[in-house]
Design a protein around this ligand. Structure first.
Ligand SMILES: [Zn+2]
Length: 496
């Protein structure tokens, strides 16, 4: 017994007396194990899944799974650039939950290089030989996430830790290394005794969940033709898997020349613009971006439906509502559903002092959202620290001032989300709905099978609820529609 204690003490003393040598040593060991000094560029390929973050069926379920038939990453550590190509696949029915519907194979190419991020569109299948490649689509909002993904790779982490004077400490049987990149982005990684990077955690700003943890774990290290690399990479965002790739091959030092396309640095994001269309007395359809809203005048207040995207858009929507309906406060903001694209400005609505009207399944999530730390990019609510007011609705809800009635109905049999509330104005016969049916720019244009399935669900619900609808205002797309067009599209789903 005494011998055991003495040994333990000796180990503790050794660590305590020379921490920097021991722990700095972990980074040296990892660099040697992974060949970090000799790897300037890297390619790895695999397959598995990625997941539609922010699009779960309910806030307590994982992100929807999308099959990735092929995943290829190309990295140049010297130039700080990375290109990830995903070949995704979906059948006629989307996985339960949201995400942009697609059918068949879909190729995504996501690139980061220095100060810029962009997507590359795959050339059209029928493009003639020698046709110019499609223009790169600038993605300034994705730059930080992609940069952190590049430095979160095992080799990238070791290089970044050494270059940024990482501090290290013992953690379990391994060593934890922490440092900051880009001035404000913290990175923490766990290196085991074999010098393998097991886990890297970073935090990126998100308008809803604030400082969002992105955790990448690396398991099954093996020798891929002279390169020690993990055989499985699993990443989570806000606690649920966002990427899960099994690696098939790794190549060290291939040629990786990633040049920033000419149109990318010149890109200026378009100014946020809210356009309004009067649908009836005191009822306004607010468009001008990717996601639309409604502003509805009540006797002594305003009701807004959806504050989407993020704070800039939400602020502009709230300002427009107050401009159209002057001298009345925004007392209620109805959220159509909890998906992050439609919910992006919810903290702005909370800061406005509005009561958030939502399906009961979102209450706990919204209470958490009201309190999430936003230290990377503080928003209005982070400064005001206002408390949140939530009014929940079950399958049916109603807001009224005694004269105007706003009815809310939860869609059933709708696999996109479990909490979708459509907004119905019985007097005006207007129905607002997001995602279920976005009419094609030209009536009669074909729609992909997954979109038909959603349209059918909406049509079935309108019939089930016996709603008398004259105008459908979709919260996406470029026009209003009606039940005749919806029914026609829905019947195409029935014949499949
Ligand atoms: Zn949605």
């Amino acid at each position: 017994m005494s011998r055991y204690i003495a040994l333990s003490l000796a180990v503790i003393l050794a660590v305590a007396s020379a921490p920097s040598a021991q722990q700095g040593g972990a980074l040296q060991t990892a660099a040697a194990t992974l060949g970090a000094a000799n790897i300037k560029t890297l390619q790895y390929t695999g397959s598995g899944a990625n997941f539609s973050v922010g699009q779960n069926f309910s806030p307590s379920e994982p992100w929807p799974h999308v099959t990735v038939k092929n995943y290829t990453a190309l990295i140049n550590y010297d130039t700080g650039s990375m290109r990830a190509e995903l070949l995704r696949e979906s059948g006629p029915v989307m996985p339960r939950g949201g995400g942009a519907p697609f059918f068949g194979e879909q190729r995504q190419i996501q690139v980061v290089g220095g100060d810029y991020a962009w997507n590359v569109a795959a050339p059209a299948a029928n493009a003639p030989a020698g046709a110019p490649a499609p223009m790169a689509a600038p993605q300034p909002g994705a730059r930080v996430e992609r940069m952190l993904a590049l430095w979160s790779t095992p080799v990238g982490f070791v290089k970044a830790a050494m270059a940024n004077n990482a501090t290290t400490k013992t953690s379990g049987s391994g060593t934890e290394a922490s440092f900051t990149v880009g001035g404000k982005y913290k990175m923490t990684g766990l290196i085991n005794k074999q010098g393998q990077v097991e886990k890297v955690t970073t935090w990126i700003d998100h308008p809803i969940v604030g400082d969002m943890a992105v955790v990448t774990t690396y398991t099954g290290y093996k020798d891929f033709g002279g390169v020690m690399y993990p055989s499985r990479i699993v990443q989570t965002q806000d606690g649920y898997p966002s990427l899960d790739i099994t690696i098939a091959s790794v190549t060290a030092n291939p040629a990786v020349n990633i040049a920033v396309p000419q149109n990318v640095p010149a890109f200026q994001p378009p100014a946020v613009r809210v356009e309004s269309q009067k649908l009836g007395d005191g009822v306004y359809y607010l468009t001008g971006g990717t996601h639309h809203s409604l502003a509805i005048e009540m006797a002594d207040h305003i009701v807004v439906v959806d504050t989407p995207n993020e704070e800039t858009r939400a602020s502009a929507v709230l300002a427009k509502a107050k401009e159209l309906i002057p001298s009345k406060p925004i007392r209620y903001v109805i959220t159509s559903h909890h998906h992050w694209d439609h919910l992006g400005g919810i903290r702005t609505a909370m800061d406005e002092g509005a009561t958030i009207v939502t399906h009961q399944s979102n209450k706990a999530f919204l209470e958490r959202v009201a309190k999430t730390p936003h230290t990377i990019n503080p928003d209005r609510l982070a400064a005001s620290k206002k408390g949140v007011k939530i009014q929940t609705v079950g399958d049916k809800g109603q807001l009224t001032d005694g004269k105007r009635v706003i009815e809310l109905y939860r869609l059933t049999g709708y696999e996109h989300t479990g909490d979708m509330m459509v907004v119905y104005l019985p007097k005006e016969k207007i129905l607002a709905e997001p995602d279920a049916f976005t009419p094609p720019a030209q009536a009669g244009a074909p729609m992909i099978p997954p979109a038909l399935v959603y349209a059918k669900a909406l049509n079935d619900n309108i019939q089930r609820l016996k709603l008398d609808v004259q105008v459908i205002t979709p919260l996406h797309g470029n026009r209003t529609t009606d039940v005749a067009e919806l029914a026609k599209v829905a019947s195409a789903a029935g014949t499949r």
